[in-house]
Design a binder for this molecule. Sequence first.
Ligand SMILES: *Cc1c(COP(=O)(O)O)cnc(C)c1O
Length: 504
Amino acid sequence: MPDIQTVSGNRGLAIEEKLIFEQSSPGRIGVDLPEPPPVDLDRLGGLARKSPIGLPDLSEPQMVRHYTRLSQKNYGIDTGFYPLGSCTMKHNPRLSEKVARLPGLTDLHPFQPQSTVQGALEVIDTLAFWLKGLTGMPAIAMSPAAGAHGEWCGLMAIRACHEDRGQGHRRRVLVPESAHGTNPASAAMCGFTVDPVPATADGRVDVAALKAKLGDDVACIMVTNPNTCGLFETDILEIAGATHAAGAFFYCDGANYNAIVGRVKIADLGVDCMHINLHKTFSTPHGGGGPGAGPTVLSAELAPYAPLPFVVHDGDGLRLVEHAEQQAGAKPFGRVKGYHGQFGVFIRALAYILSMGADGMRQASTDAVLNANYLLAGLKDVLTASFDGPCMHECLFDDRFLKDTGVTTLDFAKMLIDEGFHPMTMYFPLVVHGALLMEPTETESRETLDGFIAVVRALAAKAKAGAADEFKAAPRLTPRRRLDETLAARTPVLRWKAGSNGAG
Ligand SMILES: *Cc1c(COP(=O)(O)O)cnc(C)c1O
């Protein structure tokens, strides 16, 4: 297919959008404002601006079109299928969005007196009640703002507990090789050293290797369950037992909780601490990096070290504990965030939980696993499944099926964009070569899954038939093609400067 060059640079009705500054025309304005009264320059103490403020000058329709067109360039879960493994891009019910926009909730201010925000404290407390109930864990820290932040919070509680018991020398953390990169990063940020644990040929933690690494300098293990290969860690009880016998804690990365919520009580697995990505398990938008929330459930042993603030019931209603002395027995390791947590995400998660009910969440995790297995079954004869047997909520393939085709996992992903699909997760987890990790979530219909399977099968056949050049040229139908992502990350252009044509 030849590349089409249009005179305008537009591709059909997909308009080539200039920066808003490049569209500016000096003096153009969207509203008629009265002449401002003269400014008393003395009152500005000599700090009056001497140069123009540099905002773009546009008419109202120009501005509306600019932002509307930008919004249309954003591919999201509301636009199409988004099988990004590990990220759990799940549909956000409009009901939750509606509740999150209620003025009584959006108009709150975190500095309001507590007597005026009892309803908001009840939202936090009710959500905490559900999360503790679903996991079977006795305590929870609500304030972490993301999964990685929850990991850090949990590890800080573990560190504080060890130090309190005179076990401050426990500074080694065991992390399986298949772990999400945030696990070793969080451990390092807490001042721990990271000791990797290998995986077995069937994609699970090597229990013998883990046991061999346990010792009296180990603070905790960090295990993801179901793991990032989409597999349930079948030896989890043995792992938990050995860890506890060695005096260490079991941190569970709960990012994949959406596969088991309503079916497994985390407490029954011997977990001491687990963050819950509300933005993965309980809906909530998190495209483009935010927002999220990572409440972290804690065992009774770790509970006293939970960070401030937290909500408690009192005779006169709900109360936010802001200082350690306000609560007997509290030994908080500190605070992790300004204010009380990601309140907008709390509302969405609670609306989701209450609208689904416990039985509905069980159904959702069951359907998430069913959908992932449907993809696995529909693709495993043309792609190479990394491990035998059924998967949990996501299915993992590697690039053996592309051997000798000249096509890489990256090329394959780019080709999917031209076909109208957000690619799956690529090159993660690291335990297999050229990983393709697919997570459909429970909300996709059979028709959507069939459509995706048909396209992936056709592309696999095309790759094997020697169409490497076509793959290398993909994507061809997007406004921008292959970007130099390394350059963009290393040398980001964050600010437009007049006359610089966007660069500099
Ligand atoms: C998403 C994810 C994380 C990190 O969560 P964030 O909310 O993105 O910080 C950690 N571990 C696993 C397995 C994940 O999938």
